[in-house]
Design a protein around this ligand. Structure first.
Ligand SMILES: [Zn+2]
Length: 236
């Protein structure tokens, strides 16, 4: 059982890691640390750290397990999780975000070392109200892509450059990324973070999100293996 003793209590400082390139060198957003506290969860104790990254309006929250600066032959597990009020907080079954969030934290806890970035880009970056309006159109038969386009909104407005900046600030140049979305890997690599392994997340599908999963697999480039009887590889 994780007692939380291994959680790093000190606020991180990018200057402690001589091997990581600086933000200025990479031409990526400035990162400033705002706060650190302990966060006991059902997956053990994490270090919760808040950061300001570039022009991102809301702070980015990091849940850290273990000492990320410790030398290790195995790069840490990383999850970039985009905020989803309905899935993460309200337990919505329209998507798989809440289950992915919990599965990611469980995997990081089991590994003993890793980090989840909670990115403030609700509704694949279009915001809560737009997402709810898109849901309303989906209730009338449109799929998730058609609904966004009908509202004059991008299908996916998320960016992972800020996440890359934060990872580099923490000295994480080489990572194992939990995702089935190749776009996340591409953007991280493009911004100086090496994804040496892509770790799939497998959570079960349900009767309400099968169509959403199918759309992501068929039309949005996600590497999903649809198997409704044995679980589904999912991502958002
Ligand atoms: Zn969601």
């Amino acid at each position: 059982m994780d007692t939380g003793n291994s959680v790093t209590e000190k606020p991180p400082s990018g200057s402690d890691f001589a091997d990581s390139p600086s933000s200025a060198q990479m031409g990526i957003p400035e990162v400033s640390h705002l706060s650190t506290c302990r966060l006991p969860t059902e997956h053990g104790v994490f270090s919760l750290q808040a950061f300001r990254v570039g022009q991102v309006a809301s702070e980015i929250i990091a849940l850290v397990k273990g000492d990320l600066s410790a030398a290790s032959p195995t790069p840490p597990l990383v999850r970039l999780h985009s905020q989803c009020l309905t899935g993460d907080v309200l337990g919505s079954r329209r998507c798989d975000c809440g289950e992915q969030l919990q599965a990611s934290l469980a995997a990081i806890a089991a590994d003993g070392r890793g980090i989840l970035l909670y990115l403030p880009q609700e509704g694949r970056g279009i915001g809560l109200l737009n997402k709810l309006q898109a849901y309303s159109l989906q209730d009338q038969g449109l799929n998730t892509i058609q609904a966004n386009l009908a509202l004059g909104l991008p299908v996916d407005a998320r960016e992972y450059r800020s996440a890359a900046a934060l990872l580099l600030h923490l000295g994480l140049v080489r990572i194992r990324l939990m995702t089935n979305n190749p776009e996340k890997c591409r953007q991280l690599e493009e911004n100086g973070v090496q994804v040496i392994e892509r770790v799939p997340i497998v959570v079960p599908a349900n009767a309400f999100n099968q169509g959403y999963m199918q759309t992501k697999a068929d039309l949005m480039g996600h590497d999903l293996q649809l198997d409704l009887t044995h679980g589904i590889r999912t991502d958002s």
